[in-house]
Design a protein around this ligand. Sequence first.
Ligand code: GDP
Length: 315
Amino acid sequence: MKTKREDIRNIAIIAHVDHGKTTLVDELLKQSGTFRENQEVAERVMDSNDIERERGITILSKNTAITYKDTKINIIDTPGHADFGGEVERVLKMVNGVILVVDAFEGVMPQTKFVLQKALDLDLSVIVCINKIDRPEARPNEVIDEILELFIDLDANEDQLDCPFIFASAKSGYAMADLNDERKDMQPLFECIVNNIPAPEGDPDADTQMLISTIDYNEFVGRIGVGKIDNGSLKVNQEVMIVNHHDPSVKKRVRVTKLYTFNGLNKVEVNEASFGDIVAVSGIADIHIGDTLCSVDNPVAIPFQKISEPTLSMD
Ligand code: GDP
């Protein structure tokens, strides 16, 4: 039976380039106490794609996880520019909602439109974060109207049109549900995420299924598959079947040698993880984006392409 993981939220941050995604995530990390101030912020892992790109491996999204009160919030960064081979859609399949970051002066830009369209098409919940409201030339009220117009242009549904707006200065470390509120900290944004983004759902007792959404690489462990566990759970040393996404008849029996969850900017080794969480697995040399990691007994692939209409069950 499908169950909600009330202790987890999976979100993506989407924005036009330079509207402040990285600054916002850094600030959420700092204020959640997930790491100490000045300690790891300098690493800015979310911006460290260059080396991997040189090696010819496309890693355009990076994961971060923060804990707010009793909730783990997995945050996925999305590319702010060109969409390489459906990268944005693929990472959005891991989440239930997005934070759309828009510069309070620049307003809606081409990439704002592009990424929002993808999120709306996937029926994701949206939180609009109008950022940089500290800028002297900020014009948040006009930007609200621009965004609402964009939602209408993009055929947003009623729920999506009714989405919460947050006003923030990521750089100064505050967010507000209303422009007249006190400018204090990021708590209003944390609360907004927990209260407005649906918890992930899955069947804890079903056979394991995890769609590989991104590939990471580490010189010690090799290829690392990242994705959300859709159903069941995963354990270290578990034997699983990798089902190829081009041809589901191509299956390979493999063993998960290491399993990680995310904490702050780090991957942390764990022995077990279950449905709803976003995890990384290593030990599988031949793992590719779009493959499904399944139980050996019942290896059923997760369709990689977006399904916009309910499909008829074949059984
Ligand atoms: P990204 O490309 O969306 O990740 O944007 P960054 O987080 O790298 O920010 C782009 C630029 O905007 C940087 O120079 C930031 O310092 C600046 N910035 C980010 N947030 C704010 C803000 O709230 N206020 C102001 N004034 N500048 C900001």
